[in-house]
Design a protein around this ligand. Structure first.
Ligand code: PRX
Length: 645
């Protein structure tokens, strides 16, 4: 498969960028011609950010799985679509060709139909990183069911909240999942999540770990039995036929929950046509993917990175995508490099936090690993510090692989700001230039465009985007007003990202981090309010305030200031209880790194917690805490400072 829309020079990038801004409809209309539509669109784009309403390729009819699978069968049927590396390196790997992927996805789509799933129904997927997870995602897409994948690290309570919000009627899960030395009992967590649930009718369970599970009659069915039966229905004379459901370009494809400033995760909704065009376009251009390349994105499909750059983008481009079940440090910290060597990986796309963590093991884990196949490296999830960037460049890329620093969000569907590998210049720790179709702007607190450079010649402000690109969020599930207030109401006629950024005179962007009450812990987004809610659930907690602090591996760590009923319970037990509570309510990823028991929190006379002060204390600042005169009780600040943990 060739890519007529692949940008091959800096001049071409500039020219394409200009065209995308001047004539977005003709620009994206031309790109969309490279996909398989059952019927072409009536209108390329209609939008306003007031409601907001964004419609791309309206009236176009398609099914994304025909683009990700069927259209490749004739010419690339035997080409690997997914190469699966199991958690345990001694276990057999699996190579899933496009023909095999087609068969499995069709089979699973039929399983869904057999279990009563219809177009538009929400199917929650809570699985480990096994190929069956990809089959489940694509099986939903094939019949127009809306998938909502939940990362395997979330707790029963988090799942229960998401099931309720999405009014999900179906679940696909595994008995358990392997992650490094751990075996996570997924089905049992689902059983807990389902206590009190009123919407879920069926649970389909894939066998991975052979962990004992309780199967409830009438509700729970085994994946394997269902798949066998489905195959008998759709396969005749070795030919599998299972028609894909025709979808409108603007029909929802999936929901993915993400944290915001409020205590409740939002169900970000992406639709079929625009998301497909955006993920494929960015995949091919940012990574400069060439037919036959082996692409290894190390993310989990429970996050947007996995949706867009393990599943949809690479497959729509007819690529080969490596899917890894385990973790980077098990059985040792050379695991990624083993995988690169084993599959001759050409493109490695990983999280900044993973790079920093692997860096801390030194160079021994790299010994004896042949990584000469690598052509392009990528990072995602948080700003990359220059030290980590140079380590990645020198020791992994051997100074011959361009590094793409890709900035984007769950809400953006795909990469918005990044250099194009080897085509546009890289600048360590800068995401650099916007993709065609993306018009970033920096504004001040009042929404006025920042035009005055600071003393370093840089513009500094809150990062917004002026106009829609095909992969933009369409709504938050079940609550459109929430989508408006979160992203489109802060500044008029702009999409607000929640990030702060710098811009240099050449137009490069450097993302400096969140400007709202959202933390980025190991590249995972967690709202402080969500963690506070969880801590406050603990019986002896009166109030809490959570802020981030710089963490050498995680990027940001979680620092919790907690008021308890009993004054200063010195024992570690109280801390452990709080950690356990957060694990139960959200999941282990949200556990505070530091807990400090305090007698009070710095509050204004109107009762608002002054987080600015707490943030400074957590960062280790003792002197310049700013103005504390408006505090109800300024003495509390000294006490908190003295007892910092
Ligand atoms: O703060 C930015 C940071 O991650 C946030 C988005 O998180 P999430 O929706 O979970 O998606 C993560 C993977 C796309 C952003 O608002 N972020 C993501 N990539 C970068 C980044 N910060 C700096 N540089 C990046 N390359």
């Amino acid at each position: 498969m060739e890519y007529p829309f692949q940008i091959t020079s800096l001049e071409q990038y500039k020219e394409q960028y200009q065209k995308s801004v001047d004539e977005p409809e003709s620009f994206w209309g031309d790109i969309a011609e490279n996909f398989y539509w059952r019927k072409k669109w009536d209108k390329v784009l209609e939008w306003n950010f007031k409601e907001p309403k964004v419609e791309w390729f309206k009236g176009g009819k398609l099914n994304i799985t025909e683009n990700c699978i069927d259209r490749h069968l004739e010419t690339m049927g035997e080409k690997p679509a997914i190469i699966w590396e199991p958690n345990n390196p001694d276990e057999r790997t699996r190579v899933v060709t496009y023909t095999r992927l087609h068969k499995r996805v069709c089979q699973f789509a039929q399983v869904l139909l057999n279990n009563g799933v219809k177009k538009g129904d929400r199917v929650c997927i809570y699985m480990g990183m096994v190929p069956e997870l990809a089959y489940a995602v694509l099986g939903c897409a094939r019949i127009g069911a809306i998938h909502s994948v939940i990362f395997g690290g979330f707790s029963a309570q988090s799942i229960a909240d998401r099931l309720e919000d999405a009014k999900a009627e179906f679940i696909v899960t595994c008995d358990g999942a392997y992650r490094g030395g751990k075996d996570i009992p997924l089905k049992s967590i689902i059983d807990d999540a389902l206590i009190g649930n009123k919407t879920v009718k069926k649970v389909i369970v894939y066998t991975r770990t052979r962990t004992p599970v309780s199967m409830i009659k009438g509700r729970d069915v085994w994946w394997e039995d269902e798949m066998d039966y489905a195959l008998s229905q759709i396969e005749k004379n070795n030919v599998v036929t299972m028609p894909a459901t025709e979808m409108d370009a603007e029909d929802p494809l999936f929901i993915l929950y993400t944290s915001g400033s409020t205590g409740k995760p939002k169900g970000v909704v992406h639709t079929c046509g625009g998301y497909m065009v955006w993920t494929t376009y960015t995949f091919v251009n940012v990574f400069q993917y060439k037919p036959g390349d082996v692409h290894f994105c190390t993310a989990d499909i429970g996050w947007i990175t996995g949706h867009s750059y393990i599943v949809y983008g690479p497959l729509a481009a007819g690529g080969t995508s490596v899917m890894f079940e385990g973790v980077p440090t098990w059985p040792d910290a050379g695991r990624f490099w083993d995988i690169v060597d084993k599959y001759k990986v050409n493109v490695l796309y990983t999280a900044t936090t993973a790079i920093r963590s692997l860096m801390s093991y030194g160079l021994d884990p790299l010994q004896g690993k042949d990584m000469s196949s690598l052509k392009v490296l990528g990072t995602v999830g948080e700003p990359i510090n220059e030290e980590a960037w140079h380590w990645y460049d020198q020791h992994i890329g051997k100074k011959k692989c361009p590094i793409v620093d890709t900035w984007w969000q769950t809400e953006t569907g795909g990469i918005l700001i990044s250099n194009l590998a080897g085509i546009t210049p890289a600048k360590p720790s800068w995401a650099t230039l916007p993709m065609p179709g993306v018009q970033p702007v920096l504004v001040d607190e009042r929404g006025k465009e920042v035009t005055e450079p600071d003393e370093h010649g840089l513009l500094k402000g809150n990062l917004c985007i002026k106009a829609p690109w095909p992969g933009i969020i369409r709504t938050t599930y079940g609550d459109h007003e929430r989508c408006r207030t979160n992203y489109f109401a802060t500044y008029e006629n702009l999409y607000f990202t929640g990030d702060g950024a710098l811009k240099d005179k050449d137009g490069n962007f450097r993302i400096t981090g969140r400007v709202d009450d959202v933390l980025n812990v190991s590249g995972h987004r967690i709202g402080t309010a969500e963690i506070e809610n969880a801590i406050n659930m603990h019986a002896s907690v009166v109030e809490s305030a959570v802020v981030g602090f710089p963490h050498s591996i995680k990027g940001q760590g979680v620092y919790a200031f907690v008021i308890t009923e009993k004054k200063h319970p010195e024992d570690d037990l109280a801390k452990k209880d709080i950690l356990e509570t957060v694990s139960r309510i959200i999941g282990p990823i949200a556990k505070p790194d530091k807990i400090q028991f305090v007698n009070g929190l710095p509050k204004t006379r109107s009762g608002k917690i002054m987080r600015r002060i707490l943030r400074k204390i957590a960062e280790g600042e003792t002197e310049n805490l700013g103005d504390t005169s408006t505090l109800l009780d300024p003495s509390i600040v000294d006490e908190i400072k003295q007892n910092k943990v």
